[in-house]
Design a protein around this ligand. Structure first.
Ligand code: OGA
Ligand code: NI
Length: 320
């Protein structure tokens, strides 16, 4: 429990004052030792967040709940007699922002919900780019380095996964989302302000990422571990189900463009790097079937150019 207290919470407004150095050091420590941190005063308007939380919950009730319950029945999950290890207890839909938006092709969204999601997406994109430059500063990389790497020839990939984790009668039998590291770059998560569930693996223990009203949780994906040559880490995390309460989460993924060339930054490599160099899309093809497995064999496979089939991938999942 003591570990929860230390979970890094960073007040971004302090970057503009005399506590700038300490704040930068906190970010660096979080990137090295947690792979996660929670941001306050990040500049995203609170009324926008409140509105989106409300509309996401309404949207679930109105358009998603029935489908979720049908899914439970069709997969035999309405009776949880034994532990389920290959399905997640979640209801999701995906919005793509960059390189191309699909926001107007998604069914069942009100105009107000769409407009608010577009606004949030743009603000999170800006926040992600601001954070990438803070990471550059901490890493001794020139300003714009990470943004440029992520750009490829078509700009970054940016998308949002909207999830609800409905209450579950037997939380010990199934996870909301099985343990994984995220494949991409920087993940910005707007999570339920009351119902918890997200946990990260820290020194062998699962630690809660506490709900904190109006905060944005940031975590680092596999690409940032590769580019920083392991100085920063992508960390295993999962969502546990709860007996009470429906947990909402809106996870936005700021990732490299499909043809971006990823490799450890030369200034962060001493001799040989243990990390591979590759084109981002090739990594995603491998990841799609191996999301719920450790990242190390993925890095190894990219290094050896091994076929994804060698790692015995399970069914592909839609993912960013
Ligand atoms: C993810 C993820 C956490 C959450 O979608 O990759 O880790 O709280 N989501 O929804
Ligand atoms: Ni994740």
């Amino acid at each position: 429990m003591e570990k929860n207290i230390k979970f890094p919470v960073i007040d971004l407004s302090k970057l503009n004052g005399e506590e700038r150095d300490q704040t930068m050091a906190l970010i660096d420590d979080a990137c090295q030792n947690w792979g996660f941190f929670e941001l306050l005063n990040h500049g995203i308007p609170y009324d926008l967040m409140d509105n989106i939380e409300k509309m996401t919950k309404e949207h679930y009730k109105k358009f998603m709940e029935r489908k979720f319950k049908e899914m439970l029945r069709s997969k035999g999950l309405d009776i949880l007699e034994t532990e389920v290890e290959d399905i997640d207890w979640e209801s999701t839909f995906y919005l793509h922002h960059l390189p191309q938006s699909n926001l107007y092709n998604i069914p069942d969204m009100s105009d107000e919900y769409r407009t608010a999601m577009k606004d949030l997406g743009k603000r999170l994109e800006n926040l992600a780019e601001e954070l990438l430059d803070l990471l550059c500063e901490n890493l001794g990389l020139e300003k714009g380095y990470l943004k440029k790497v992520f750009h490829g020839t078509k700009g970054p990939t940016f998308g949002t996964k909207v999830s609800n984790y409905p209450s579950c009668p037997k939380p010990e039998m199934i996870k909301g989302l099985r343990a994984h590291t995220d494949a991409g770059g920087l993940i910005l998560l707007f999570q339920d302000d009351k119902v918890s569930g997200l946990q990260l693996l820290k020194d062998g223990d699962w630690v809660d990422v506490p709900p904190l009203k109006h905060s944005i949780v940031i975590n680092l994906g596999d690409q940032l571990e590769v580019i920083t040559n392991g100085k920063y880490k992508s960390i295993m995390h999962r969502v546990v189900t709860q007996k009470e309460g429906n947990r909402m989460s809106i996870a936005s993924f700021y990732n490299p463009g499909s043809d971006a060339e990823i490799s450890p930054a030369t200034s962060l490599v001493d001799k040989d790097s243990k990390y591979p160099s590759f084109v981002f899309d090739d990594y995603m093809k491998l990841y799609a079937g191996l999301k719920f497995q450790p990242k190390e064999p993925r890095f190894e496979a990219m290094k050896n150019g091994a076929a994804a089939a060698d790692l015995n991938p399970v069914a592909a999942v839609e993912t960013f």
